[in-house]
Design a protein around this ligand. Sequence first.
Ligand code: G3H
Ligand code: 13P
Ligand code: ZN
Length: 326
Amino acid sequence: MALVNSKKMFEMAYKNGYAIGAFNVNNMEIVQGITEACKEENAPVILQVSKGARAYANHTYLVKLVEAAVKECPEIPIVLHLDHGPDFETCKACIDGGFTSVMIDGSHLPFEENIALTKKVVEYAHERGVTVEGELGTLAGIEDDVKVEHGAESYTKPEEVIEFVTRTGVDSLAIAIGTSHGAYKFKPEQCTRNEEGILVPPALRFDILEEVSKKLPGFPIVLHGSSSVPQDYVKMVNENGGKMPDAIGVPEEQLRKAAALSVCKINIDSDLRLAMTGTIRKFYNEHPDKFDPREYLKPARANIKEIVRHKLKNVLGCAGKADECK
Ligand code: G3H
Ligand code: 13P
Ligand code: ZN
C-alpha cells in the first residue's frame, strides 16, 4: 500500500489502547531496521524525519529510502512524518515533497502566535490530505539546534488545550508531562538510586495527561522524548570507549501505561542511536583490523531491528495491529 496519513492509525490506537511508534530515520540502515521489525510484527509505523535529518541526508534521499521501505513492506501502513517542523516553509516543502504528516512545533512561541502558525500549516496540509501535529508545553533536552535546560521546561497547561485544538484544527497534540529529549532525561538530583547505583527517575505527570484527556475525549495525544535509554546499551557504550555517565530514560512501564490511555504516538530516537552506537563501538573494539562498513553496519541494523521489535510488542502494544490501521 502507498504511504498513509496518521488518521486511521490514531483512531484505532485510541480505541484499542495502544500507541504507534514514531521512530526517527536518518539513513538506510535505520529505515531498514525499523521497517523489517514492523513487517515481521505486522505493526503500523510512523517514520519521522527531523530538520537535522533533512540537513544530513537530504530530503530526496530520505523520501526515496522510505518509498523503498513501502515497496518492501506492502502489508503494513507507513506514515512519513516531519518531526519538529520549525516553520511554515519547512512544513510546506515536506507536504509538497511527499510527506503524509507534519508536526509544526510552535511550542516555544506565545500562545496566540503558536495558534496562528499551527492554523496556517493545518489549512495548507488538510487541503492536501496531510495530517498535522501541534505542541503545547516545552520539553527539556536537545532537539535540532535548540537546547532547553532542565528547569526551563514547562508542562502543558490543560486549560489551554481545548482552545488550541479547536482554533487550529490539528489532528494530534504533543504535550509536556515530564519526558525530555536525548539520553539524559533527568538530572541526577531529580532521581533516587537503586542498589546498583543506577538512577531511578521521577514519575511522569499522569495527572496532567488525565486532565488533558478529560478535556479532549477521543483526541490523540503525542509523547516526545520517550526513549527509555536501555542500560545494557549504555553499558555497552561505556565498556567500549564511550562516555555516557548517568544516561537515563523514561521507564517502559510508564510508556505502556500512557499508550493504554490517550497517547497514540510515542516518539523514540535516542534508543535507536544508542543501539547503533553501542553495537558499532563493541565491533570496533573486538575487531580492530576490520574496516568494511558493511561488517559493522550489519549488526547495528540487526540490533535496531531487535529494539524496535521489543518496543512494538512490549511497550507500544501495536504489534499485530497493521490490518486494522489500513
Ligand atoms: O526531537 C529530536 C529528535 O531526536 C531528532 O533529533 O534533531 O538530532 O535529528 P535530531
Ligand atoms: P528521544 O530523544 O527520547 O528518543 O525522543 C525523540 C523525539 O521526541 C523525537 O521527536
Ligand atoms: Zn521530539
